[in-house]
Design a protein around this ligand. Sequence first.
Ligand SMILES: [Zn+2]
Ligand SMILES: [Zn+2]
Length: 288
Amino acid sequence: MDTLNWLININPNYLLAGLITIFYSLETILHTPFKYEKRHGHLLQNLLFQIPFFIGTYFWTFFLVFSVEWLNNHQIGLLHHITIPYWIKLIIGVAMFDMVTYWFHRMSHKAPVLWRLHRVHHSDTKMDSSTFFRSHPFEIVTFGIGNILTAAIFGLDFTALGLYYFIFLFIAYFEHANFEFPGWVDKTIGLVLVSPNFHKVHHEQDQHYTDSNFSDIFILWDRLFGTFKHRRVKEIMYGLKEFDENKKQTFLYLMKSPFINIRRIHSDEQSGSQKNETDDKMSAQAEL
Ligand SMILES: [Zn+2]
Ligand SMILES: [Zn+2]
């Protein structure tokens, strides 16, 4: 338990900095079939999100820890009324934080006001470990409320929440990393955990795929609640069509984007318009 307490008390900023250094270096050194230009510029734009995120989490974490500790001290939640070993409570705790986050994530795709914040994460037209950083800082409130609700329903303490975030950080880098993961990863790790190939489907422009694979740690939730989809990674077009311009990929634009009315462009809509353009060209040629 001492080791566990030591792990969850590591300053998350050290973990964030250490992991991005390792993953970004590996992505540079190792051969990857998914190449794109201006990689360092892309990293810089995504790293800038850490500034408001750092300030936001500094204040929000106090509220989160206070709320979870208060609920725990008042014995609120199901597991306070069941006698089971503490380590089992921890495993259940991590799973339940992950399950409720799954539903809050799913809700963020459905509710227009939440989508305005969440689309920032989906806006990235390139994909590497730094994509994990690209989230609007206000989203910590959405998912933080989910965490507090989970602690209140299931009776979970701060250790379970800390362990959940510790595992989440590793998976979050892993699932966005710009490596080609072999099929056996999906058939082994992917039976239990979210594999990188699964999460990348979630970043596909086509909404049929964007609205799938919502899980963060356990892929079980997508399989159980009917949102699991598969697509070959090499066929994936990342990002959102309405953000597919260089000026809409910058930190400043993305930070203010939740307050801008941006109409969602569906892929069939664009292929329809492309088809119309083609038809238009053909009829124009016929007229000539
Ligand atoms: Zn999403
Ligand atoms: Zn993602």
